[in-house]
Structure formats: structure tokens, C-alpha cells
Design a binder for this molecule. Structure first.
Ligand code: DAH
Length: 341
């Protein structure tokens, strides 16, 4: 009578314990439990030919061995994968075991997002970006822009003066427009020039269409024979791209001390899908040909150079573009509002 021998499994436990990769473990597992050739599989099959007493005895020991191997394999597998993670954690600071909840992806607030597209659109027309400080002096905010000493715009009712030591005739203030950046740029660069200057400005106003802090962008182009026609072309091309190809414009004469002639620009827009919107005219910009005195104040010879400047209100444009009735909604941080854009 052939007694089914327990296959040569001596040392199998040691093989499992010293396996150094998961692949090696897979191979051992196959050696033991493979459906046809596996050592334990074959031994189990052979039991059927053993005597009942042998079957009981060998069966018991085979089962115990099977149990032991299964446990050893699982333990070693866990050890190996933990140590693989451990060494990964040392070389890679990303914790791959962390299961964090998914985050909502955010986006820029509509004001900086719009300013980026302004920079992009004017950039394609050759305009660079210039910035200036939000705390200015009276010279650049007013004097060099040709504002007379007694001009009403200097009134402390409108402007936030800043309490920093300064000569009495050149106090510091929070800039009330982006036009001082023109001055800064012309003082430090030689023409030809083409820049836009986006940024925050401050005035003592607060209601549905005015905020004490708001955004403007200024444009300046100085060259040898730049004309008002060039100015209109640049402004209209850019705004049609930024707001809508259907935007309509109205240029009216207006007064700003730093341009001559000076113009105000109104815009209306009927909406992209036909004339569904009311389309009221709304003032969005001031502009004009840079005043010769301003060029002189910045060391530029007005006999050789001329150019145009414009200043847009960012919130105004966005209010028209998105039909936003109250300017304060931009700054309240209400996600229900901000998510719409
Ligand atoms: N700085 C003016 C304002 O804030 C806007 C403006 C008007 C800017 C005419 C210009 C300009 O550059 O030419 O009201």
C-alpha cells in the first residue's frame, strides 16, 4: 500500500519568511497551491488512495501545513508591501496611503480674471504692463498731470490722504486713479511707449455703483504721429473682444486736465442673442490726446512726440458685461455670486 507522502515541504516556511519580493511570494504560492502541480494540491489528491487511518493522520498534518503556509504567506506579503511604502515615504514626500476627500477646484475672482484678459488682449496689440504703488504723492496724482492747485478733485472729501510725514504741498494719498502710473512710466522710459496699467484705486464713495476701492486700467501710447483715430481703433478693438462684438460706442467731449482734446466714452450692448437687453448707455472710460504740458513734465518733447491715454473702470465694464446691478457684490465674498462667473 502506497502511503501518500507529505511532499518535500521541509524548509517551506523558511522560504516564505525570507522571500524578498512580492513576486517571489507569488511563485512560492504557485509551487504550493498550483491547480495541477502544486505540492500541497498533489499531496491532497493522493490522500484518496491512502488507508482510512492514514488518510486521517496525513490529512490532519497536511491541513495544518496548508493553514500555516497560508498565514505565513499573508504575513510576509503585508510586511513586504509595508516596507515598500516605508521606503517610498522616504524618497517621496507624497503620502500615498492618505485617502483625502476630493476638493472642489476653485477659479480666479472675476476681477483679476478680467484684468488678465485685458493684459492679454492689449498685449497682442503691443502694449506692455506697468504698475505703480497704491500710495502716491500729490505731484504724480495731480500736479504733473496738469491739475491746477485749486482743482476740486484734490478735495479731502474725495481723496484719502495718508498721514505720513511729507512736505505740505506734496502729501501722500491713496491714488484716486491709475493715471499717475503714466507719469511714473514716462519719467523712467523714453518713447515710443505702449503700456496699460491695471490696479486698485481709492475714493471716498460708497453706494450701489461706487465703492471706496475699485479697479481701473490706464492705457498710454506715445509715438511720433499717433492720432485720435488710432486711439479709437485700439479702444474699440479691445473692448469688442473683452465684452462683446456687439458693443456700441459713443465718444463725447469731456474735460480731463491731462488730455487735450479729452473725451468720455459710453458703451451699450444689446446682448449676444439679439436685442434682449435694455442696452442703456453707460460711461466706461475717459480718454484723449496726452496734454503737451504732461509730456514736458516728464521730459518728453511734445514737438517730437504725441500720443493718447485712456482710463477704464473695471467694475463698470463687468457690470455691463454680466448685468450685475450692485457693485458691492464684487467684494462681499459670497460664493453663490462668485461661482456664477
Ligand atoms: N483718470 C481718469 C479718472 O479716473 C480717467 C481718465 C480720463 C484716464 C482720461 C485717462 C484719460 O488716461 O486720458 O476719472
Amino acid at each position: 500500500m502506497t502511503s501518500p507522502a507529505v511532499p518535500s515541504l521541509s524548509g517551506i516556511q523558511e522560504r516564505i519568511r525570507s522571500a524578498s519580493t512580492v513576486l517571489e511570494l507569488d511563485a512560492i504560492e504557485q509551487d504550493l497551491f498550483g491547480r495541477k502541480q502544486g505540492l500541497l494540491t498533489v499531496a491532497m489528491k493522493e490522500l484518496s488512495q491512502a488507508t482510512p487511518e492514514e488518510r486521517i493522520a496525513k490529512g490532519k498534518s497536511l491541513n495544518a501545513l496548508k493553514q500555516e503556509c497560508t498565514t505565513l504567506l499573508a504575513d510576509r506579503r503585508r510586511e513586504l508591501s509595508l516596507s515598500a511604502l516605508g521606503s517610498l515615504a522616504q524618497t517621496d514626500p507624497l503620502d500615498v496611503t492618505l485617502d483625502l476627500p476630493k476638493h472642489d477646484r476653485g477659479h480666479l475672482h472675476l476681477i483679476p480674471e478680467f484684468i488678465r484678459s485685458v493684459e492679454e488682449v492689449f498685449g497682442r496689440m503691443g502694449f506692455g504692463v506697468a504698475e505703480g504703488p497704491e500710495i502716491e504723492d500729490e505731484a504724480r496724482q495731480f500736479d504733473l498731470l496738469n491739475f491746477p492747485r485749486e482743482h476740486a478733485a484734490r478735495d479731502a472729501q474725495d481723496i484719502f490722504y495718508v498721514d505720513i510725514d511729507a512736505p505740505p504741498d506734496n502729501r501722500f494719498l491713496l491714488r484716486g486713479h491709475t493715471s499717475p502710473v503714466q507719469i511714473r512710466y514716462m519719467q523712467t522710459h523714453k518713447p515710443p511707449l505702449r503700456i496699460i496699467c491695471p490696479g486698485k484705486v481709492y475714493r471716498k464713495d460708497a453706494d450701489a455703483t461706487h465703492s471706496p476701492m475699485f479697479h481701473q486700467f490706464e492705457g498710454l501710447m506715445i509715438d511720433r504721429d499717433t492720432s485720435l483715430a488710432n486711439m479709437k481703433a485700439v479702444m474699440i478693438t479691445a473692448i469688442r473682444e473683452l465684452i462683446s462684438p456687439n458693443a456700441e460706442f459713443r465718444f463725447r467731449t469731456g474735460f480731463f486736465p491731462f488730455v487735450e482734446p479729452g473725451l468720455e466714452v459710453d458703451m451699450r450692448w444689446q446682448g449676444d442673442e439679439g436685442a434682449s437687453r435694455e442696452g442703456k448707455w453707460m460711461e466706461i472710460a475717459g480718454c484723449g490726446m496726452v496734454h503737451p504740458s504732461v509730456l514736458k513734465n516728464c521730459g518728453i518733447d511734445p514737438k517730437k512726440w504725441q500720443g493718447f491715454a485712456f482710463g477704464f473702470g473695471v467694475e463698470r465694464m463687468l457690470m455691463i458685461k454680466h448685468q450685475i446691478p450692485d457693485l458691492r457684490s464684487f467684494f462681499e465674498g459670497d460664493l453663490r455670486f462668485l461661482r456664477q462667473f
